[in-house]
Design a protein around this ligand. Sequence first.
Ligand code: FMN
Length: 171
Amino acid sequence: METWDAIRARRNVRAYEDRPIPPEHLERILEAAWRTPSSMNEQPWDFVVCTDREALRQLGETWRYAKHVGGSAATVVLVAPVPGDQDTRDWIFYDMGQATMQMMLAAADLGIGSSHAALEDQALARQVLGIPEDRFCVGLVAFGYPADRPLQPIERPDRRPLDQVIHRERW
Ligand SMILES: Cc1cc2nc3c(=O)[nH]c(=O)nc-3n(C[C@H](O)[C@H](O)[C@H](O)COP(=O)(O)O)c2cc1C
């Protein structure tokens, strides 16, 4: 897929076919995360990739809107150091947002669907994945082949009107 097509085709896919992602494609998605830019190149992240069905199911229990994680072919858990202050926390979330999008676009390029999920039950995620005490889970990014329809550029995305959002030269 062309980059522009991948950007337009990506959407949250929450229902997945029951088939695995080929290892080389999963590796590409993970490399996309690794290549992500970050504030001062601090790379405040670790990425835990999970494909075990029971672990995925349990991760899907960490937040009420994360159930789709349980049906994903793979989910990447975004892990960061527990921040000491609000500024550090803000930058972690900015950086992780970029890593999320980078993975999602790499996946869309391969026809693989993805979905965000927030995460509430840190203790459960810690227990399932063995995350150390000095780290926390920022969120989950689920991947799998769309069960509904293939990814295709969306002509009219559900967005606020472009001319209300873009301010040219001045507010
Ligand atoms: C920070 C963030 C957290 C999100 N958390 C969830 C979530 O917990 N569960 C979920 O189903 N979708 C979640 N989403 C997906 C958004 O609902 C979705 O991106 C938005 O509705 C736009 O739809 P689209 O991605 O299909 O364009 C999250 C998105 C972002 C950026």
